[in-house]
Design a binder for this molecule. Structure first.
Ligand code: 13P
Ligand code: SF4
Length: 379
Protein backbone atom coordinates (compact mmCIF):
# COMPACT_ATOMS: atom_id res chain seq x y z
CA UNK A 1 0.00 0.00 0.00
CA UNK A 2 1.34 3.44 -0.83
CA UNK A 3 -1.16 5.54 1.07
CA UNK A 4 -2.25 5.66 4.67
CA UNK A 5 -5.19 7.19 6.48
CA UNK A 6 -4.16 8.01 10.02
CA UNK A 7 -7.39 9.26 11.58
CA UNK A 8 -10.83 10.14 10.33
CA UNK A 9 -10.53 13.62 8.79
CA UNK A 10 -11.63 16.47 10.99
CA UNK A 11 -13.12 18.30 8.03
CA UNK A 12 -15.27 16.82 5.25
CA UNK A 13 -14.47 17.65 1.67
CA UNK A 14 -18.02 18.45 0.57
CA UNK A 15 -18.44 21.97 2.03
CA UNK A 16 -15.15 23.09 0.46
CA UNK A 17 -16.53 22.38 -3.01
CA UNK A 18 -19.07 25.19 -2.77
CA UNK A 19 -16.68 27.83 -1.42
CA UNK A 20 -15.63 30.66 -3.76
CA UNK A 21 -12.02 30.65 -4.97
CA UNK A 22 -11.17 33.83 -3.01
CA UNK A 23 -12.11 32.17 0.27
CA UNK A 24 -10.24 28.99 -0.61
CA UNK A 25 -7.15 31.02 -1.51
CA UNK A 26 -7.37 32.92 1.79
CA UNK A 27 -7.66 29.68 3.76
CA UNK A 28 -4.77 28.05 1.93
CA UNK A 29 -2.64 31.13 2.53
CA UNK A 30 -3.57 31.06 6.23
CA UNK A 31 -2.20 27.50 6.44
CA UNK A 32 0.93 28.57 4.55
CA UNK A 33 1.50 31.40 7.05
CA UNK A 34 0.92 29.09 10.00
CA UNK A 35 3.27 26.35 8.80
CA UNK A 36 5.85 28.65 7.20
CA UNK A 37 8.84 26.77 5.83
CA UNK A 38 7.57 23.53 7.31
CA UNK A 39 5.13 23.34 4.41
CA UNK A 40 6.22 23.02 0.78
CA UNK A 41 3.60 23.18 -1.97
CA UNK A 42 4.97 21.71 -5.19
CA UNK A 43 3.12 22.18 -8.49
CA UNK A 44 3.68 20.38 -11.77
CA UNK A 45 3.54 22.59 -14.88
CA UNK A 46 0.27 20.97 -16.02
CA UNK A 47 -1.63 22.23 -12.98
CA UNK A 48 -4.36 24.81 -13.40
CA UNK A 49 -3.40 28.47 -12.92
CA UNK A 50 -5.11 28.91 -9.51
CA UNK A 51 -3.02 26.04 -8.12
CA UNK A 52 0.21 27.23 -9.75
CA UNK A 53 -0.34 30.65 -8.14
CA UNK A 54 -0.20 29.04 -4.68
CA UNK A 55 2.76 26.72 -5.27
CA UNK A 56 6.10 27.46 -3.60
CA UNK A 57 7.86 25.88 -6.57
CA UNK A 58 6.77 24.61 -9.97
CA UNK A 59 8.70 22.25 -12.18
CA UNK A 60 8.86 19.22 -14.43
CA UNK A 61 9.13 15.73 -12.94
CA UNK A 62 12.92 15.89 -12.65
CA UNK A 63 12.99 19.35 -11.05
CA UNK A 64 10.22 18.48 -8.58
CA UNK A 65 12.06 15.28 -7.60
CA UNK A 66 15.22 17.31 -6.99
CA UNK A 67 13.31 19.79 -4.83
CA UNK A 68 11.82 16.99 -2.74
CA UNK A 69 15.24 15.35 -2.43
CA UNK A 70 17.07 18.51 -1.40
CA UNK A 71 14.68 20.36 0.89
CA UNK A 72 15.88 20.55 4.49
CA UNK A 73 13.31 22.66 6.28
CA UNK A 74 9.99 21.28 5.20
CA UNK A 75 8.11 18.64 7.16
CA UNK A 76 5.03 18.52 4.91
CA UNK A 77 4.79 18.42 1.13
CA UNK A 78 1.47 19.07 -0.60
CA UNK A 79 2.08 17.61 -4.03
CA UNK A 80 -0.03 19.26 -6.70
CA UNK A 81 0.60 16.74 -9.43
CA UNK A 82 -0.22 13.07 -9.85
CA UNK A 83 0.20 9.97 -7.72
CA UNK A 84 3.58 8.73 -9.00
CA UNK A 85 5.07 12.18 -8.35
CA UNK A 86 3.88 12.17 -4.73
CA UNK A 87 5.25 8.64 -4.26
CA UNK A 88 8.61 9.79 -5.62
CA UNK A 89 8.61 12.79 -3.26
CA UNK A 90 7.88 10.49 -0.31
CA UNK A 91 10.72 8.11 -1.22
CA UNK A 92 13.27 10.89 -1.74
CA UNK A 93 12.35 13.13 1.18
CA UNK A 94 12.14 10.20 3.62
CA UNK A 95 15.23 8.30 2.50
CA UNK A 96 17.37 6.94 5.35
CA UNK A 97 19.98 9.71 5.17
CA UNK A 98 17.28 12.42 5.42
CA UNK A 99 15.44 10.62 8.22
CA UNK A 100 18.71 10.40 10.18
CA UNK A 101 19.30 14.16 9.71
CA UNK A 102 15.82 14.80 11.17
CA UNK A 103 16.15 12.31 14.05
CA UNK A 104 13.64 10.03 12.40
CA UNK A 105 10.98 12.67 11.77
CA UNK A 106 9.11 11.91 8.53
CA UNK A 107 8.01 14.41 5.92
CA UNK A 108 4.28 13.97 5.37
CA UNK A 109 3.52 13.92 1.65
CA UNK A 110 -0.07 14.58 0.67
CA UNK A 111 -1.79 14.31 -2.67
CA UNK A 112 -4.81 16.62 -2.43
CA UNK A 113 -7.02 14.29 -4.52
CA UNK A 114 -6.25 10.57 -4.52
CA UNK A 115 -7.97 10.23 -7.91
CA UNK A 116 -5.12 12.21 -9.48
CA UNK A 117 -3.42 9.26 -11.16
CA UNK A 118 -1.68 8.86 -14.52
CA UNK A 119 -3.32 6.70 -17.17
CA UNK A 120 0.08 5.91 -18.68
CA UNK A 121 1.47 4.71 -15.34
CA UNK A 122 -1.59 2.46 -15.03
CA UNK A 123 -0.68 0.74 -18.32
CA UNK A 124 2.10 -1.26 -16.65
CA UNK A 125 1.32 -3.30 -13.54
CA UNK A 126 4.09 -4.96 -11.57
CA UNK A 127 2.77 -8.49 -12.20
CA UNK A 128 2.85 -7.77 -15.96
CA UNK A 129 6.44 -6.51 -15.78
CA UNK A 130 7.53 -9.55 -13.75
CA UNK A 131 5.80 -11.90 -16.16
CA UNK A 132 7.49 -10.19 -19.13
CA UNK A 133 10.89 -10.49 -17.41
CA UNK A 134 10.33 -14.21 -16.77
CA UNK A 135 9.33 -14.75 -20.40
CA UNK A 136 12.36 -12.80 -21.64
CA UNK A 137 14.58 -15.03 -19.49
CA UNK A 138 13.48 -18.01 -21.60
CA UNK A 139 14.82 -16.39 -24.77
CA UNK A 140 17.76 -14.14 -23.80
CA UNK A 141 20.07 -13.55 -20.85
CA UNK A 142 18.22 -11.05 -18.63
CA UNK A 143 21.55 -10.28 -16.97
CA UNK A 144 22.28 -8.46 -20.22
CA UNK A 145 19.09 -6.32 -20.04
CA UNK A 146 18.88 -3.07 -18.07
CA UNK A 147 15.32 -2.21 -17.08
CA UNK A 148 14.56 1.50 -17.46
CA UNK A 149 11.32 2.89 -16.14
CA UNK A 150 9.94 6.30 -16.96
CA UNK A 151 9.23 8.16 -13.72
CA UNK A 152 5.55 7.96 -14.76
CA UNK A 153 5.19 4.56 -13.10
CA UNK A 154 4.16 3.09 -9.76
CA UNK A 155 6.78 2.76 -7.01
CA UNK A 156 6.57 -1.04 -7.34
CA UNK A 157 7.98 -0.76 -10.89
CA UNK A 158 10.75 1.56 -9.73
CA UNK A 159 11.60 -1.02 -7.05
CA UNK A 160 11.73 -3.76 -9.70
CA UNK A 161 14.13 -1.61 -11.68
CA UNK A 162 16.25 -0.85 -8.61
CA UNK A 163 16.49 -4.55 -7.74
CA UNK A 164 17.56 -5.43 -11.27
CA UNK A 165 20.33 -2.85 -11.67
CA UNK A 166 18.24 -0.38 -13.66
CA UNK A 167 17.43 3.30 -13.63
CA UNK A 168 14.45 5.67 -13.54
CA UNK A 169 14.38 8.33 -16.24
CA UNK A 170 12.35 11.46 -16.81
CA UNK A 171 11.59 13.23 -20.06
CA UNK A 172 14.55 15.51 -19.36
CA UNK A 173 17.25 12.85 -18.90
CA UNK A 174 15.96 9.91 -20.97
CA UNK A 175 18.88 10.09 -23.44
CA UNK A 176 21.47 10.11 -20.66
CA UNK A 177 19.63 7.28 -18.88
CA UNK A 178 19.67 5.11 -22.02
CA UNK A 179 23.36 5.84 -22.54
CA UNK A 180 23.96 4.88 -18.90
CA UNK A 181 22.09 1.63 -19.49
CA UNK A 182 23.90 0.78 -22.74
CA UNK A 183 27.24 1.30 -21.03
CA UNK A 184 26.23 -1.67 -18.85
CA UNK A 185 24.24 -4.06 -21.01
CA UNK A 186 23.48 -4.79 -24.65
CA UNK A 187 19.72 -4.52 -24.20
CA UNK A 188 17.23 -2.26 -22.46
CA UNK A 189 13.66 -2.93 -21.46
CA UNK A 190 11.84 0.42 -21.39
CA UNK A 191 8.44 0.99 -19.76
CA UNK A 192 5.71 2.19 -19.66
CA UNK A 193 5.89 4.84 -22.44
CA UNK A 194 6.67 3.37 -25.83
CA UNK A 195 6.92 6.85 -27.39
CA UNK A 196 9.52 8.30 -25.02
CA UNK A 197 11.48 5.03 -25.35
CA UNK A 198 11.28 4.94 -29.14
CA UNK A 199 11.94 8.65 -29.71
CA UNK A 200 14.95 8.59 -27.40
CA UNK A 201 16.44 5.35 -28.72
CA UNK A 202 16.04 6.51 -32.32
CA UNK A 203 18.00 9.62 -31.33
CA UNK A 204 20.81 7.26 -30.31
CA UNK A 205 20.72 5.65 -33.75
CA UNK A 206 18.93 2.43 -32.82
CA UNK A 207 16.83 1.25 -35.77
CA UNK A 208 13.12 0.49 -35.37
CA UNK A 209 13.67 -3.19 -36.30
CA UNK A 210 15.65 -3.55 -33.08
CA UNK A 211 12.82 -2.19 -30.95
CA UNK A 212 10.05 -4.76 -30.61
CA UNK A 213 6.87 -3.62 -28.90
CA UNK A 214 5.82 -5.71 -25.91
CA UNK A 215 2.05 -6.05 -25.59
CA UNK A 216 1.30 -7.26 -22.05
CA UNK A 217 -2.03 -8.67 -23.24
CA UNK A 218 -0.53 -10.83 -26.00
CA UNK A 219 -0.38 -14.56 -25.32
CA UNK A 220 3.35 -15.06 -25.77
CA UNK A 221 6.51 -12.91 -25.66
CA UNK A 222 4.43 -9.76 -25.79
CA UNK A 223 3.31 -10.70 -29.29
CA UNK A 224 6.86 -11.10 -30.65
CA UNK A 225 8.75 -13.98 -32.23
CA UNK A 226 11.79 -15.26 -30.35
CA UNK A 227 14.11 -13.95 -33.11
CA UNK A 228 12.74 -10.41 -32.69
CA UNK A 229 13.65 -10.51 -29.02
CA UNK A 230 17.08 -11.97 -29.78
CA UNK A 231 17.72 -9.17 -32.28
CA UNK A 232 16.41 -6.44 -29.96
CA UNK A 233 18.33 -3.57 -28.38
CA UNK A 234 15.31 -1.88 -26.78
CA UNK A 235 12.16 -3.74 -25.79
CA UNK A 236 9.40 -1.16 -25.66
CA UNK A 237 6.34 -1.52 -23.44
CA UNK A 238 3.00 -0.90 -25.13
CA UNK A 239 1.98 2.11 -23.06
CA UNK A 240 1.30 5.70 -24.00
CA UNK A 241 0.01 9.03 -22.74
CA UNK A 242 -3.61 9.55 -23.69
CA UNK A 243 -3.01 13.32 -23.84
CA UNK A 244 0.06 13.35 -26.09
CA UNK A 245 -1.18 10.65 -28.46
CA UNK A 246 -3.81 13.15 -29.62
CA UNK A 247 -1.19 15.16 -31.53
CA UNK A 248 -1.03 14.04 -35.17
CA UNK A 249 1.28 14.68 -38.17
CA UNK A 250 -1.56 16.45 -40.02
CA UNK A 251 -1.66 19.05 -37.24
CA UNK A 252 2.00 19.81 -37.91
CA UNK A 253 1.35 19.98 -41.67
CA UNK A 254 -1.58 22.40 -41.21
CA UNK A 255 0.49 24.76 -39.05
CA UNK A 256 3.43 24.68 -41.47
CA UNK A 257 1.08 25.48 -44.37
CA UNK A 258 -0.91 28.25 -42.65
CA UNK A 259 1.86 29.83 -40.59
CA UNK A 260 5.11 29.92 -42.60
CA UNK A 261 8.16 30.03 -40.36
CA UNK A 262 6.35 28.47 -37.38
CA UNK A 263 8.38 26.26 -35.05
CA UNK A 264 6.94 23.01 -33.79
CA UNK A 265 7.84 22.28 -30.16
CA UNK A 266 6.69 18.99 -28.62
CA UNK A 267 6.98 16.82 -25.54
CA UNK A 268 8.80 13.50 -26.23
CA UNK A 269 5.68 11.57 -25.16
CA UNK A 270 4.25 12.45 -28.60
CA UNK A 271 4.10 9.64 -31.19
CA UNK A 272 7.17 9.21 -33.40
CA UNK A 273 5.34 10.49 -36.52
CA UNK A 274 4.85 13.86 -34.79
CA UNK A 275 8.16 13.89 -32.93
CA UNK A 276 10.11 13.44 -36.18
CA UNK A 277 8.43 16.47 -37.73
CA UNK A 278 9.14 18.76 -34.75
CA UNK A 279 11.82 21.44 -34.70
CA UNK A 280 12.44 21.13 -30.98
CA UNK A 281 11.41 18.89 -28.14
CA UNK A 282 11.80 18.56 -24.41
CA UNK A 283 10.35 18.10 -20.96
CA UNK A 284 7.80 20.62 -19.73
CA UNK A 285 10.65 22.52 -18.05
CA UNK A 286 12.63 22.60 -21.30
CA UNK A 287 9.56 23.69 -23.30
CA UNK A 288 9.16 26.67 -20.96
CA UNK A 289 12.86 27.57 -21.18
CA UNK A 290 12.81 27.30 -24.97
CA UNK A 291 9.90 29.73 -25.25
CA UNK A 292 11.38 32.08 -22.63
CA UNK A 293 14.64 32.22 -24.57
CA UNK A 294 13.10 32.92 -27.98
CA UNK A 295 13.12 36.41 -29.55
CA UNK A 296 9.89 38.44 -29.81
CA UNK A 297 7.81 37.54 -32.85
CA UNK A 298 8.72 33.84 -32.75
CA UNK A 299 5.83 31.64 -33.85
CA UNK A 300 5.26 28.35 -32.02
CA UNK A 301 2.85 25.43 -32.24
CA UNK A 302 3.30 23.48 -29.02
CA UNK A 303 2.37 19.83 -28.51
CA UNK A 304 1.88 19.31 -24.81
CA UNK A 305 -0.84 19.63 -22.19
CA UNK A 306 -3.28 22.51 -22.69
CA UNK A 307 -2.91 24.30 -19.33
CA UNK A 308 0.82 24.76 -19.85
CA UNK A 309 0.41 26.00 -23.42
CA UNK A 310 -2.32 28.47 -22.40
CA UNK A 311 -0.13 29.80 -19.57
CA UNK A 312 2.79 30.27 -21.97
CA UNK A 313 0.46 32.17 -24.31
CA UNK A 314 -0.55 34.54 -21.50
CA UNK A 315 3.00 35.01 -20.25
CA UNK A 316 4.52 35.64 -23.68
CA UNK A 317 2.29 38.03 -25.61
CA UNK A 318 5.45 39.12 -27.51
CA UNK A 319 5.46 35.71 -29.22
CA UNK A 320 2.77 33.93 -31.22
CA UNK A 321 1.88 30.71 -29.44
CA UNK A 322 -0.58 28.10 -30.69
CA UNK A 323 -1.77 24.78 -29.33
CA UNK A 324 -0.72 22.07 -31.79
CA UNK A 325 -4.02 20.16 -31.82
CA UNK A 326 -7.43 21.47 -32.94
CA UNK A 327 -9.02 19.40 -30.15
CA UNK A 328 -8.64 19.89 -26.40
CA UNK A 329 -5.82 17.73 -24.96
CA UNK A 330 -5.77 18.19 -21.23
CA UNK A 331 -4.67 15.87 -18.49
CA UNK A 332 -7.94 15.13 -16.70
CA UNK A 333 -6.20 13.60 -13.71
CA UNK A 334 -3.83 16.55 -13.16
CA UNK A 335 -6.94 18.73 -13.35
CA UNK A 336 -8.47 16.94 -10.37
CA UNK A 337 -6.23 18.97 -8.07
CA UNK A 338 -8.16 22.14 -7.38
CA UNK A 339 -8.33 24.75 -4.64
CA UNK A 340 -11.12 22.90 -2.82
CA UNK A 341 -9.01 19.72 -2.47
CA UNK A 342 -5.90 21.71 -1.59
CA UNK A 343 -7.67 23.74 1.14
CA UNK A 344 -9.39 20.62 2.51
CA UNK A 345 -6.17 18.59 2.69
CA UNK A 346 -4.13 21.46 4.18
CA UNK A 347 -6.68 22.30 6.87
CA UNK A 348 -6.84 18.64 7.88
CA UNK A 349 -3.05 18.56 8.00
CA UNK A 350 -2.96 21.50 10.39
CA UNK A 351 -5.77 19.98 12.47
CA UNK A 352 -3.64 16.86 12.98
CA UNK A 353 -5.89 14.62 10.90
CA UNK A 354 -3.93 14.43 7.64
CA UNK A 355 -5.76 13.01 4.65
CA UNK A 356 -4.43 11.47 1.44
CA UNK A 357 -1.00 10.73 2.89
CA UNK A 358 1.25 8.97 0.39
CA UNK A 359 3.62 6.61 2.17
CA UNK A 360 5.50 3.99 0.21
CA UNK A 361 6.27 0.83 2.20
CA UNK A 362 9.86 0.43 3.39
CA UNK A 363 10.92 -2.42 1.11
CA UNK A 364 9.50 -0.80 -2.04
CA UNK A 365 10.98 2.57 -1.03
CA UNK A 366 14.42 1.03 -0.49
CA UNK A 367 14.69 -0.45 -3.97
CA UNK A 368 12.94 2.45 -5.70
CA UNK A 369 15.46 4.76 -4.09
CA UNK A 370 18.34 2.85 -5.69
CA UNK A 371 16.85 3.51 -9.14
CA UNK A 372 15.88 7.11 -8.31
CA UNK A 373 19.34 7.99 -7.02
CA UNK A 374 20.78 6.83 -10.33
CA UNK A 375 18.23 9.05 -12.07
CA UNK A 376 19.34 12.09 -10.08
CA UNK A 377 22.99 11.40 -10.92
CA UNK A 378 22.48 10.98 -14.64
CA UNK A 379 21.82 14.13 -16.66
P1 13P B 1 7.66 16.34 -17.46
O1 13P B 1 8.60 15.56 -16.63
O2 13P B 1 8.20 16.76 -18.78
O3 13P B 1 7.09 17.49 -16.69
O4 13P B 1 6.46 15.37 -17.87
C1 13P B 1 5.57 14.82 -16.96
C2 13P B 1 4.39 14.29 -17.61
O5 13P B 1 3.60 13.61 -17.04
C3 13P B 1 4.23 14.60 -19.02
O6 13P B 1 3.07 14.04 -19.47
FE1 SF4 C 1 0.16 10.84 -17.27
FE2 SF4 C 1 -0.14 11.89 -19.72
FE3 SF4 C 1 -1.24 13.09 -17.60
FE4 SF4 C 1 1.43 13.13 -17.97
S1 SF4 C 1 -0.14 14.10 -19.27
S2 SF4 C 1 0.33 12.71 -16.05
S3 SF4 C 1 1.72 11.07 -18.85
S4 SF4 C 1 -1.78 11.03 -18.41
Amino acid sequence: MSSVTLNAPKFDLKPYKSLPNEELQARINAVRRELGRRLLILGHHYQQDEVIALADHTGDSYQLSQLAAENRQCRHIAFCGVHFMAETADILSNRPQKLAERDGERVTVILPDMAAGCSMADMAAIHQIESAWDQLAEVVDVGDITPVTYINSAASLKAFVGRNGGIVCTSSNAKAALEWAFARTRRVMFFPDQHLGRNTAMGLGIPLEEMPLWDPYAADLGGNAGEQIERSRVILWKGHCSVHQMFQPEHVAAFRKNHPGIKILVHPECPREVFELADEFGSTGKIIKTVEGAPPGTKWAIGTELHLVNRLKQQHPEQEIHFLSPVVCMCATMYRIDLAHLAWSLENLVAGTPVNVIEVDEETAKWSLAALERMLEVR
